[in-house]
Design a protein around this ligand. Structure first.
Ligand code: ADP
Ligand code: MG
Length: 726
């Protein structure tokens, strides 16, 4: 089948496809958390004592008695088997950023030949996968492969169903035999504990008597693309790398802004509803859905939850998006930049910290200038982002995200904090050593009698900022769409813990009496110091502009780290190593392991892409372009025989592009063969610079050929087709 036949066939399949059959959606009360072993289900199934212990662990992180684990295991088994489960699995989150699972049957055979089911506290608490193939960044050798998974009772167990059965899933941490974390969950839990301890200290210093355990919260907005599976099957680049390595721009892209918040196409909406139903069953509170800026791009945002649970749910959400897309004849692309020239995908991580007694500590309330708790926590974030901006950049560094950060569609690779006019005004005053009135947010009165006036927010939104205050939380916008949110949350909690510990010491010095006035004066003194030393990170202007890039680096001393090769080494900075070690979140060995794994994944991803560029250019594009060239040449000589001359400029241009492409392919192959690097950082720099630009060079020729070779020769579905045919 010629290229175009395959493309035509794909279009035929798509335009004639029957709508996916989905059952009528059940009402929320019937399906909500139906596949989750919730506290409510525990209350029914467990003894009062066991239930109270579990509740205390889930809500306050209290230690759990192994005997309780036995009763929970018994109840879980009964519940899961009644739901059709015959296997269970510890679910864990290795350093790859993916989700891992190893299933074991409940089955146990007896000497008399009968089979019974077995599950107990020991099996619930501890699993032992031979995890030797997981990247561990040098934490252990393959001959010392032992690793453990251990039950995390603070994230509820659930059932994962297929058409043919069900599996009981138990969220877990993953650690080496020597106790080092080899996963994303352990440091997140530790960072939360560090934040809790530091926050409690600060709150007590400013006179709070009753302080409940603090937890961090996360609401993640997930962007993604949908491409019809028939097209995707004809694009090896999409299948292997998640992005198009070639592709000329479509005549129409996103310039009309007609997709953003546009009416959702029926086929897509049915897919979304199917996703939501699955999420609801898993207790994941899907809340917002809409078309995104780029054609074929969408967003889903669940309501925020405790960070640890939200991180687990986020992983599940990505899995559900991908698997459900298949049922609907789509390929779901979570890559940060599937298509050149139009927006890529991010994952905004909305983050706040709070507890049952003080509430959300990032909520300014009606009178932020009088809300000392808020001002302290907000100040702590400002200090944290200023000191650890490079760390925040490093935890979102990936080969995919490099295409996004710093391009004019996504936050810059420079970390700054946006506060909004009202809060920025307050901190400006604090910097000057006094704090009086505030800008009122005011009423929005349109002067239309039928529109009810409403209160405005205290600040506008600034979508060019990587780290923005959005009313009662910070939104970290630089996170990549494919990434686990655990790394970002861990970094944010840890930097906050560090700032709060620093503040606790400073408050000791600055608060000189017990009265409210003395406390307030002390708080303002400490916050003034924060602004003097770290105010440079606060920026309310256009983060995309060239002036900002200049000012940030030259005047304010902020770091611009455009690529992963520039950013990842921040994980090895002394202050970052100390930050994690002091907070008890990651030991130097554990942190170095993260650097090594991320660096290796970066190198591997670029290597796969480069190999595919070479092979697609050589075995797909070259044959197509030369056979078309030969057709043009034949036409030209046939015309000459008839005594007419046809224009040969196109043929000449195609020949030049073919030659250019092959010579770039040759250069790329030579560059890929280089292996005499002194360090992994040098190797990463070579990939970020040399390899990536040679890949772009090949692409330039291929994309030019796409606009010259006859459409019925071209084998790859085009941008136009992939983005607009649904
Ligand atoms: P946007 O308008 O920024 O696109 P969305 O409504 O798409 O916002 O998503 C905002 C996310 O922030 C949701 O997941 C929401 O639940 C979450 N969120 C709201 N309040 C908080 C909070 N206090 N802490 C953490 N996340 C929050
Ligand atoms: Mg949103």
């Amino acid at each position: 089948m010629s290229g175009s036949n395959a493309r035509e066939q794909a279009i035929f399949e798509i335009t004639n496809r029957e709508a996916t059959k989905v059952g009528k959606r059940k009402t929320l009360d019937k399906i909500w958390a139906s596949d989750v072993f919730t506290l409510a289900k525990m209350e029914e199934a467990l003894s009062k004592k066991a239930y109270k212990a579990m509740k205390n662990t889930m809500e306050n992180g209290a230690p759990l008695d192994p005997q309780v684990a036995d009763s929970v295991a018994a109840a879980l088994k009964e519940w899961a088997i009644a739901k059709g489960a015959d296997y269970f699995s510890h679910i864990f989150y290795p350093l790859t950023g993916f989700t891992a699972e190893k299933h074991d049957g409940f089955i146990l055979t007896e000497p008399n030949g009968k089979a019974i089911t077995e599950f107990n506290g020991n099996l619930l608490i501890k699993g032992e996968p031979d995890g030797s193939s997981f990247p561990n960044g040098g934490i252990r050798q393959t001959n010392a492969a032992r690793g453990y998974t251990a039950w995390d009772p603070t994230s509820p167990a659930y059932i994962l169903k297929t058409r043919n059965g069900a599996t009981l899933c138990i969220p877990s941490v993953f650690i080496s035999w020597t106790g080092e974390s080899m996963d994303k969950k352990t440091p997140l839990l530790r960072s939360n504990a560090a934040m809790n301890a530091a926050a409690t200290k600060v709150l007590k210093k400013v006179g709070e008597r009753n302080v409940a355990p603090l937890n961090s919260s996360c609401g993640a907005e997930q962007e993604y693309f949908l491409v019809d599976a028939n097209f995707a099957a004809l694009r090896p680049d999409l299948l292997l790398t998640g992005r198009t390595l070639f592709g000329a721009p479509s005549a129409k892209g996103q310039e009309f802004d007609d997709h953003y918040f546009g009416a959702i196409a029926e086929r897509v909406l049915v897919f979304m509803q199917d996703v939501e139903e699955k999420l609801y069953r898993l207790g994941i509170p899907a809340k917002t859905r809409h078309n995104e800026v780029a054609p074929a791009q969408f967003e889903i945002a669940p309501y925020f939850e405790a960070a640890n649970v939200a991180a687990d749910h986020q992983q599940m959400l990505m899995t559900v998006l991908k698997s459900t897309a298949k049922d609907h004849g789509f390929l779901c692309l979570l890559h940060e930049k599937p298509f050149a020239g139009i927006n890529g995908s991010g994952k905004h991580v909305n983050w706040s910290v709070g507890n049952a007694t003080q509430g959300n500590l990032l909520d300014p309330g009606d009178k932020p200038n009088e809300n000392l708790n808020f001002l302290l926590f907000c100040g702590a974030v400002i200090r944290g982002v200023h000191l650890y901006g490079p760390l925040l950049r490093a935890v979102v560094a990936s080969a995919g995200n490099d295409h996004r950060l710093g391009a004019n569609e996504a936050p810059p690779a420079i970390l700054s904090v946006y506060l909004g006019s009202q809060i920025e005004g307050i901190f400006d005053q604090i910097a000057k050593g006094k704090l009086d009135g505030i800008d009122e947010s005011g009423l929005m009165d349109l002067g239309l009698s039928q529109i009810i006036p409403f209160t405005k927010d205290a600040g506008d939104r600034n979508r060019t900022s990587p780290f923005a205050f959005t009313g009662n939380r910070f939104e970290f916008r630089a996170v990549g769409s494919e990434q686990s949110v655990a790394g970002s949350l861990t970094a944010m909690n840890t930097m906050l813990a560090d700032s709060l510990n620093w503040m606790a010491d400073e408050l000791d010095k600055a608060i000189t009496g017990k009265s409210n006035a003395a406390i307030r004066a002390g708080v303002i003194t400490v916050l003034k110091k924060v602004m003097e030393e770290h105010g440079a990170v606060v920026f309310g202007g256009d983060g995309y502009s060239a002036e900002w890039h200049k000012e940030a680096v030259e005047k304010r001393g902020l770091k611009n780290l455009p690529t992963t090769a520039d950013a990842l080494p921040a994980l090895r900075d002394d202050d970052v190593v100390q930050l994690f070690e002091k907070a008890g979140v990651l030991s130097p060995v554990e942190l170095e392991a993260r650097f090594e794994v991320d660096a290796e994944i970066y190198l591997l991803k670029i290597a796969v892409e480069a190999k595919l560029v070479v092979s697609m250019a050589t075995t797909t594009i070259y044959p197509v372009a030369t056979s078309y060239l030969s057709e043009l040449a034949q036409a030209s000589s046939a015309a000459s025989e008839l005594g007419v001359e046809v224009d040969t400029s196109l043929a000449k241009s195609i020949a030049a592009n073919i030659n250019g492409m092959m010579s770039s392919v040759d250069k790329l192959k030579k560059a890929m063969a280089k292996d005499d690097f002194n360090s992994v950082v040098e190797h990463m720099q070579f990939c970020a610079g040399e390899i990536r630009s040679l890949m772009d060079e090949v692409r330039g020729y291929v994309d030019a050929l796409e606009t010259e070779v006859a459409d019925d020769f071209w084998p790859l579905p085009t941008y136009q087709e992939m983005l607009f045919i649904k």
